[in-house]
Design a protein around this ligand. Sequence first.
Ligand code: PMP
Length: 426
Amino acid sequence: TTLAPSIQALVERRARVLGPAYRLFYETPLHPVRGEGVWLYDAEGRPHLDAYNNVASVGHCHPHVVEAIARQAGVLNTHTRYLHEGVLDYAERLLATMPGELAHAMFTCTGSEANDLAMRIARAHTKAEGLIVTRFAYHGVTASIAEASPSLGKFVQLGDAVRTVPAPDSYRIAPGELGRAFANGVRAAIADLKEHGMRPAALMVDTVFSSDGIFTDPPGFMAEAVEAVREAGGLFIADEVQPGLGRTGDAFWGFQRHGVVPDIVTMGKPLGAGHPLAGLAVRPGVLAAFGRECRYFNTFGGNPVSMAAGMAVLDVVEREGLMAHAQRVGSYLRAQIAKLAERHSLIGDVRGAGLFVGVELVTDRRTRTPATAETARIVNGLRERQVLLSATGEHASTLKIRPPLVFTEAHADLLAETLGQVLAGL
Ligand code: PMP
């Protein structure tokens, strides 16, 4: 592809200044300069339908959030070793969205730090090292968590104490067998740790398996795996960085779909609507050992502006009924895409919960062979038609649709219609 000169100049400047480690989305990188609701506007003023952004979960530049951040920034913002009601008010409100067992909250700036802290807490509590994750998981960028993020592929070596388990692939495993199959993977990982003289500290999973390919059904399938890790003395850490904050529609947090109460819940991305706000919720009994043995200080984590942002986001989710909205619009969107599947055999499976939707593409429905190249062409084709989404899964063959929660049926129609055009033009 030849890029417009202004885009080419930015791409080159980026490489020159930021160096070689970064990657951009799309063959034609997007240059957004303004956001509003579900729309991202590029420098030419062209609107792009954002069907991917869960950071802007309550919609880009929601006025209530913008106002709350600006107001607090004008009053006080500082590090977090002073008394301040903001962190207490937000912690209480966030914890109130969870089962009562999760009674302490701690704050960080990124999901990676939250997962890193969760691992330290789990290891302090269990006096064990092992960490079990899914085969194509992503949990973050710190050294210890990158080592537990196999989706980074050849760019990182898994840690000695890390074991991976096959994802609960609901497209290839029957619903009645899925929970058992997933739990058997966890049991095998525990056995392998044992063979190497280790015990599991935790099973850490993204509760919608977003980087493994998005697997949400049948509800409850995770319960047996959680039981298996607990029987071996390990904890269950639910990584809610992607599924959390009402997105799955049926519940506020992804783990609730499975009827389990985690020992630690980590959160990030959508909490601050773009303001860096992340953290974890934990059972007091699980935090006790870490509290005795360590001290924790995170300069920015829990600062007054972040807390104001988080409060305002929760206001919007509640006031605008975004969880029920996600449930309704997500079902509608899946139905619209399922209709496309009647005409396009490339669509193998349409799945997900609420506004977390996966569309797995296959070259052959009988063999369910991943259509990796076609998926990339569709993602880029949609981008050319100003609809933004991406691909996920081990073979990058599942369209990942995860829009701001203010996405409506009309937006779903536009997405499905455009997807239909791109599929027809392949
Ligand atoms: N966990 C999951 C499931 C994620 O998707 C991500 C980010 N993509 C992280 C953790 C890390 O979050 P952050 O980028 O804020 O460090």
